[in-house]
Design a protein around this ligand. Structure first.
Ligand SMILES: [Zn+2]
Length: 215
């Protein structure tokens, strides 16, 4: 009888791969495995770590996640993720310098903020134009951007879009829409800081050469 129980336990353990984990823990692992950058193995390790640090990490994390789940929303003006109708960047008078930086995604906005070099406001498109996926201007925040340029006395729109075909197609479309309304610029493309020429692809070297400047 004892050996039968051990056998069943062993079979169950092999089937789930998580020892004697309960269904709740397995469900948590399945959810964690859906996060970007985490596969089933990493999710299992993360959940185990959380359980071991239940009081100091797991409980505060659960509280913080619930709080953000209840309050997170898109800024009605720029599309940033925040916990109020208008985000801190849009409400800050210091950021109203006439410059709007256009990005594809909130992650790009946060990357720009980490660099701490841009003092204006943002506009998150929510993607790029794509003929393949049938994504047109109305599916993005492009009409809202055109309205903002007219309403907010914008002097320059900086296109910080990804250097992909869709990103550049979108940049050209926006530049056409805003021509004669304000200056439209885009981020330079070329050699990354700390980059070595020998490791760059042909397209990057070509872009860098075209964007060369006086030293
Ligand atoms: Zn905002």
């Amino acid at each position: 009888m004892v050996s039968a129980c051990l056998l069943i336990s062993k079979c169950r353990s092999e089937a789930t791969g998580v020892g004697d984990a309960t269904q709740d823990i397995e469900a948590l692992i399945d959810l964690m495995a859906r996060l970007p950058g985490l596969g089933p193995r990493s999710a299992r390790r993360a959940v185990l770590h959380l359980i071991k640090k239940r009081a100091r990490l797991m409980a505060p994390l659960a509280t913080a996640m619930q709080g953000v789940a209840d309050s997170a929303r898109e800024c009605l003006q720029c599309g940033n993720i925040c916990t109020s109708d208008i985000c801190d960047i849009c409400t800050s008078g210091k950021r109203a310098n006439g410059e709007i930086c256009v990005v594809e995604d909130v992650a790009d906005l946060w990357a720009m903020e980490r660099a701490n070099v841009f003092g204006g406001r943002y506009h998150v498109l929510g993607g790029t134009l794509s003929a393949l996926d049938a994504i047109g201007p109305e599916d993005l925040r492009i009409p809202a951007l055109v309205r903002r340029v007219a309403d907010e006395q914008v002097t320059e729109v900086i296109l910080a879009l990804n250097a992909t075909v869709d990103g550049q197609t979108t940049a050209h479309y926006i530049a056409d829409q805003l021509s004669n309304r304000c200056a439209v610029t885009s981020l330079a493309q070329g050699v990354p800081i700390g980059g070595e020429l020998d490791y760059l692809d042909d397209g990057t070297i070509t872009a860098a050469l075209r964007a060369r400047k006086g030293v």
